[in-house]
Design a protein around this ligand. Structure first.
Ligand SMILES: NC(=O)c1ccc[n+]([C@@H]2O[C@H](COP(=O)([O-])OP(=O)(O)OC[C@H]3O[C@@H](n4cnc5c(N)ncnc54)[C@H](OP(=O)(O)O)[C@@H]3O)[C@@H](O)[C@H]2O)c1
Length: 408
């Protein structure tokens, strides 16, 4: 493949499929980052604050409904994903996996999960023989995704993996290879691909609603409260990589890709880690990058764990501007399109994104339909994250192949 704009577009349109399995030995977040904590292990945690559990409500299930085992009963699984199974057409919670026995009991009772379908991390391998479980939903800290996705494939299950897919492109490649070996499907839970505002934005950009794209700006930030690597996995390098970019900035990275429909050919970047702040003993506080696309468009991405909240995306073209603020939240999206006239767009309820991604994966499993956010897309994004950190670490502009691999 030659390094042309056509190749990059073709690569984007294929969702990053067909990547060579060769392993890129790039640094992820070396340089300014402190020594990582020891290799992480899956261990049970306290019930997240504010978790509300439903009363069990039996419901009719389609005979082809896909049974999911939810792995890791943390804040996102309990507060966002598990309640949304009730809104799906053909997905249900068949099993739960946790390192906290009390949580297994309370959550299992609330969701009507049979006692013999409540697993600890130690007895996870038994899930292979559990015919009620078709797929595993991995909602563990990121540094544990690779291990547990590979274990789920070894148990013969399909896998829906939370974002980001892993902490390195090498781990993504191992996960994809494990899925292929097992003959099972892998999807990354990039919910914005199933959310009406972002779906509409993708279509508007394809229809050139702002003319030719020239400038893209994305910002994802919030101010993290007091924390350190022992108390909050999001500040641990072993579990969270470089920090805000993998966790929150990845939404801006994704937006920049699906709004332009291109892969960048050059990336420059900077990352900052203050000294003496326990939150940033192992991770960065801010990461900013500047991308150039083959079309000549440029993008500026910024993400931070230490500045006031924002979740923003804007595309400025030759004929107008599309502004999304917030851009990729759970709810409350706004979108304005400014051309010869200004319009506020309200394409649908963002709420549907959670259930829609579950039904999408269920359709892929039952009907063989293509996955919009496959493992190859997660791998592509990790390559870009590695390029951003390499550019920041070395203070140079990194050139990229159409599949996101660094050229030097
Ligand atoms: N798509 C989205 O919008 C979105 C939003 C938020 C988070 N996420 C993703 O979801 C995943 C989980 O995030 P979260 O916010 O739910 O985290 P969280 O509240 O901290 O929950 C993580 C859970 O993982 C389990 N776990 C196992 N080993 C652990 C360890 N060594 N340290 C910490 N937890 C451990 C625990 O469950 P048990 O106690 O049951 O074992 C814990 O409650 C991450 O990949 C994150 O990026 C996605």
């Amino acid at each position: 493949m030659t390094d042309t704009a056509m190749d990059r577009r073709a690569f984007m349109e294929s969702g990053g499929k067909g990547l060579a399995a060769s392993l890129f030995a790039g640094a992820v977040s070396e340089g300014a980052l402190a020594q990582a904590s020891p290799s992480p292990r899956a261990t049970g945690q306290r019930m997240p604050e504010g978790a509300s559990l439903p009363s069990p409500t039996p419901r009719e299930r389609r005979p082809d409904s896909v049974g999911f085992a939810v792995v890791g009963l943390g804040s996102y699984a309990l507060n966002q994903m598990m309640p949304r199974f009730a809104s799906t057409d053909r997905a249900h919670i068949a099993a739960i996996v946790s390192g906290n026995a009390e949580k297994l009991r309370r959550v299992g009772d609330a969701y009507g999960v049979p006692r013999d379908a409540r697993y600890s991390y130690d007895d996870f391998a038994r899930i292979g023989a559990d015919r009620r479980v078709d797929a595993v939903y991995v909602a563990l800290p990121t540094g544990l995704h690779a291990e547990w996705v590979i274990r789920a494939f070894a148990a013969g299950k399909h896998v829906l993996c939370e974002k980001p897919m892993a902490l390195t492109s090498a781990d993504c490649e191992r996960m994809i290879a494990a899925g292929r070996r097992a003959g099972r499907k892998l999807m990354v839970a990039y919910r914005s691909h199933f959310e009406p505002y972002n779906r509409e934005a993708m279509q508007l950009m394809e229809a050139r609603a702002v003319g030719r794209v020239r400038l893209v700006r994305t910002e994802q930030s919030y101010r993290m409260g007091p924390a350190d690597p022992a108390s909050n996995w999001r500040t641990s390098r072993a579990l969270a990589g470089g920090g805000p970019l993998e966790d929150y900035g990845i939404y801006g990275l994704q937006s920049a890709l699906y709004l332009t429909g291109e892969m960048p050919e050059r990336i420059a970047a900077t990352a900052f880690r203050p000294s003496g702040d326990p939150r940033f003993a192992e991770i960065y506080a801010h990461v900013a990058s500047q991308w150039r696309f083959p079309s000549g468009a440029v993008a500026q991405l910024a993400t931070s764990y230490d500045s006031a909240g924002i979740n923003f995306a804007e595309v400025r073209g030759t004929e107008g501007v599309l502004t999304m603020d917030p851009a990729t939240s759970y709810s409350g999206q706004t979108m304005r399109l400014k051309g010869s006239q200004e319009r506020t767009l309200t394409p649908g309820d963002p709420e549907v994104q959670f259930g829609a991604q579950l039904d999408h994966f269920a359709a892929a499993i039952r009907d063989g339909t293509p996955i919009r956010t496959p493992g190859e897309m997660g791998l592509r994004d990790l390559r870009l994250i590695e390029a951003i950190y390499a550019a920041a670490r070395d203070g140079r502009t990194v050139r990229l192949a159409p599949d996101g691999r660094m050229l030097g």
